[in-house]
Design a protein around this ligand. Sequence first.
Ligand code: AMP
Length: 416
Amino acid sequence: MSERLQVPRGTYDVLPDDADARVALEKTARRILGGAGFRRIETPAFEYTDVFARGVGASTDIVQKEMYTFDDGGGRSVTLRPEGTAPICRAYAEHGMHKLPQPVKLWYLSSFFRQEKPQAGRFRQFWQIGAETIGSDDPAVDAEIIALLATLLAELEVAGLRLRIASLGTLEARHAYREQLQAHLHARAGELSEDVRSRIDLNPLRAFDADHPGTRAVMQDAPLLLDHLDADDAEHFATVRELLDRAGIDYTVDPTLVRGLDYYTRTVFEFTSDALGAQSAVGGGGRYDGLVAMLGGPATPGCGFAAGVERMLLASARLPVGPPPVDLYVAFEHPAQRAAAFAVVDEARRARLNAQVELAGRSRKGQLKHVERLGARYVAIVGDDMTMLKDMQAGEQRDVAANEVVARVLRDRGMR
Ligand code: AMP
C-alpha cells in the first residue's frame, strides 16, 4: 500500500460543515459591505514580488521571511499574495480607478499565503474578508472602515471583542520618531532581548510587541509616537475618535499598537476576541496614504480592514452549520422505477425544491431509514402504478401519479 498523503503543514481542508458556515459568513459580509456601497474585487493569487516588497515593506516579517516566492518561468519573481491591500492598490493604479468618482470602495474574500509557524488560528493558507476605501483622506473614511468591521463582527456575534486604535502619523513623522526610538533602544541595549537588539535598526517598533521582561521595562519609558504627531495628524485622529464616539463604538487608544506592515500612515486599529487563544487578533487595518504612489500610481490616500475568516468562524456564536433542509426525497420500490424517480427529482429541482433521489441501491426499508437521517420533509416512493407521497412532519400520506408529486408538494407547502 502507498503511504497515505496529507495536506501540507499549516493548511487544511474546508469540509462541508465549515464550507456552509463560510457561505453564511460571505453572505453577511456581502450584505453589510455591498449595502454600504463596496463592490467586490478579486485579484490574482500571485503578483510580481515587487508589489509586496515595495508595498508591505522590505524590513517587515512578511517580506523578510514569510513569502512564498518563485520564478514565473520567464525569469521574473512572483509571490503568492501574503495580504490584500497592496494588490488592490496595484489594481487601482493599473485600471486608472482614480478617474472614477472618489473614493472607490472595494471588498474581497480571498485566500492568502504566509510561511508562518502553524498553530491554532494561524495557517499558511488562510482567508480574509477585507474592505478598502481608496481616494479620500477624510477621517470619516477611517471611522466608516472601523464601524463596518465592528458591524460585521457584531452580526457574527464574535464574543469578547475589544478594539484598540492608534495613529502612526505621516511617514515623515514616523521616520523622525523612529530615530528617537532607536536612540532610546541603543542607550539601553544591554537590557533588551537578543531578537529586539538585533533589529533596532531594521524594525524598532516591533519592540513594543515583545514579551521579554527586560525589553518590556525599557519600553515602559520609551517615547510614544502618539505624543509626536504633527497638528494635522493629531486633528485627523481626534476626528476619527469623535466619529467613533458618536456612533457608540467602544475602543481604547493604545499608543503601542504595532501592525506588521510598513505602509500604514495615521489611523491603525485592531479587533481582538477573548474567545480566541494566543492568536487573538480577529481583524485590523488602517490608513495607507502613500501606498498607491509607492506602487507607481498617482498620490492617493486609502484606508481599509482585513479580518481573518478562520478566526471569525472560531469566535462566532452565530454561524449555522449543517446542510440545508431537504424538501423532498424520491425513493423507489424497484430498480425498474429508477428512471421515473429520476424524472421526479429533476422536476422538483427545477421548481426550486431541495430534492434528493436514492443513489445507493438501498432496499425500501433502507431508503426510509435514510430519509429519517436526512430529516426530509416529504418522501415520494415511486411504485409501479402510483407514487406514495408522505408528509413526514404531519404523518399524512396519499397516492398520486408520479408526474403530480411536485405540484402536490408545492401546493401543500403553500397552504401551510
Ligand atoms: P494582518 O494583515 O496580518 O493584520 O491580518 C489581518 C487578520 O488576518 C488577522 O487579524 C487575523 O485574523 C488574520 N490572519 C493573519 N495571518 C493569519 C494566519 N497566518 N492564519 C490565519 N489568520 C491570519
